[in-house]
Design a protein around this ligand. Structure first.
Ligand code: URP
Ligand code: ZN
Ligand code: ZN
Ligand code: ZN
Length: 471
């Protein structure tokens, strides 16, 4: 019982081959030529590519933020991910200041269990180590790692809400080093940015594009340097999330050259959207593009694409954090700092990366698989389970049609927002069929945009502590 995928080209990060794939139950049973198996459903993948399902390591589902809650819950968010070819995501549990990590973990498992439609895991965002010397919080970090939460998120922005100071960050890093856990950092100098925000508002600069102007690329670069330098002192492995600009990249690269255990991702939006094109300062519509870090000047895009090709950036995620334009982004009319930060992207990551990255000549189909599937699995401690088409791994498989043309629109998307950041863009290359742990959950070739599995079938994935794959 299972699925036999015939006549496709299997694409892994280390090479492509025209061959068959046999799925038994939830696992890949065999990869090889001319497989004959009885009692299996045959899927003909002639002219199609057979890749590992996408892994998006940076999403915010059902997250309280900016005076509201992100628009996708674990059901709509994971269904949207699946329709776009993603079969696994890692979301963030946010510890509230004065509360425990355990409480945050339980809260996020309540949001996700029985609702997730694909497999998922959690990073723990640490905001507090508890009273005194922090030993209670440091013990909780051990518990988290034992339960498969092997990455900790630290915010250097959003003072008064999520930001922690350098001392707390350093303590967490020292502990993470002992545990082989990975520290994921939102790197922006939140204190400096808050001063600029207050000054702008006092000058009557309230429109959405001031969000972008208030968050200098240099504030990101400064924090990127500081985070990596502190992690290096602590002996910890560090992963900079949503790196958005060339100055921050310079910091990453020069510290990597000096031997720091530092990795970084960028996100789809920074590769294809820019402040000039999306936020020229003319209309309220630009609130759709208020996310953090903000859009940058267009010249940064080339630098980021180049960094993906030369290996200084290792992963592309989405930072999917959706808010509706009509009734959520509107909280910031007249004051850009009150616009809930974030954009919807989990459904479109693979389409955009394929169209602009592979069709655009930046990299090969194998590199695409590496950036979207294999490196995310390795960096986040689940390569023995996911991220490649290999015997024994979970049968999370994306059957990709490189010739399918698709026009992105809010009218047809699964994400629960009333707009798309890529409205009207036509891309070539789209998910044809998506298999999650051996089950066909999306068939865009016959039932476009529909999730075919049951709600709640997604499972929590325990991840190994492997210091981002750098040990
Ligand atoms: O604008 C964003 N990215 N919102 C989500 C929180 C974060 O900083 O990642
Ligand atoms: Zn962030
Ligand atoms: Zn530096
Ligand atoms: Zn984020």
């Amino acid at each position: 019982m299972g699925i036999l995928i015939k006549n496709g080209t299997v694409v892994n990060a280390d090479g492509s081959k025209k061959t068959d794939v046999l799925i038994d139950g939830e696992k890949i049973a065999k990869v090889g030529d001319k497989i004959n198996a009885t009692g299996h459903t045959t899927v003909d993948a002639t002219d199609l590519l057979v890749m590992p399902g996408g892994i998006d390591v940076h999403t915010h589902l059902d997250m309280p933020f900016g005076g509201t809650v992100s628009a996708d819950d674990y059901t709509t968010g994971t269904q949207a991910a699946a329709v776009g070819g993603t079969t696994m995501l890692i979301d963030f549990a946010l510890q509230s200041q004065g509360r425990t990590m355990r409480e945050a973990y339980d809260t996020w498992r309540k949001k996700s269990d029985n609702k997730a439609c694909i497999d998922f895991s959690l990073h723990m965002a640490v905001t507090d180590l508890g009273p005194g010397d922090g030993s209670q919080g440091l013990r909780e970090m051990e518990e988290m790692v034992a339960e498969g939460v092997s990455s900790f998120k630290l915010f250097m922005a959003y003072p008064g809400v999520l930001m922690i100071d350098d001392g707390l960050m350093f303590k967490v890093m020292q502990k993470a080093a002992k545990l082989n856990a990975l520290c994921c950092i939102h790197a922006e100098n939140g204190s400096a940015i808050d001063i600029v925000v207050a000054q702008m508002l006092a000058e009557g600069k309230t429109a959405p594009h001031y969000h972008a102007l208030s968050r200098s690329p240099k504030a990101e670069a400064e924090a990127t340097h500081r985070a990596i330098a502190l992690a290096d002192m602590a002996g910890a492995a560090v992963y900079i999330v949503h790196l958005s600009n060339a100055y921050a990249l310079d910091e990453l690269k020069h510290l990597q050259e000096r031997g720091a255990k530092a990795l970084a991702e960028t996100c789809t939006q920074y590769l294809v959207l820019s402040i000039e094109d999306q936020m020229p300062g003319k209309s309220w519509d630009e609130a759709k593009f208020v996310f953090t870090p903000p859009l940058r000047e267009k010249w940064n895009q080339k630098v980021l694409w180049q960094a993906l090709t030369d290996g200084s950036l290792v992963v592309v995620s989405t930072d999917h954090c959706p808010f509706r334009f009509a009734d959520q982004k509107s909280l910031g009319r007249g004051n850009f700092s009150k616009i809930p930060n974030g954009g919807p992207g989990v459904e479109n990551r693979l389409q955009i990366l394929w169209h602009y990255g592979v069709n655009g000549g930046w990299f090969t189909q194998e590199k695409f698989v590496d950036l979207c599937c294999t490196a995310p699995a390795r960096v986040f401690g689940m390569e023995k389970q996911k991220g490649s088409i290999k015997e024994g791994l979970d049968a999370d498989i994306l059957i990709w049609d490189p010739n399918a043309e698709y026009t992105i629109s809010a009218a047809t998307q699964r994400m629960a927002t009333d707009y798309s950041m890529f409205e009207g863009w036509t891309v070539k290359g789209n998910a044809a069929k998506v298999i999650s742990r051996g089950e066909l959950v999306v068939d865009n070739s016959t039932k476009p945009g529909k999730f075919l599995g049951t709600t709640g079938r997604g499972r929590f994935v325990k991840r190994e502590a492997n210091a981002g794959g750098m040990v």
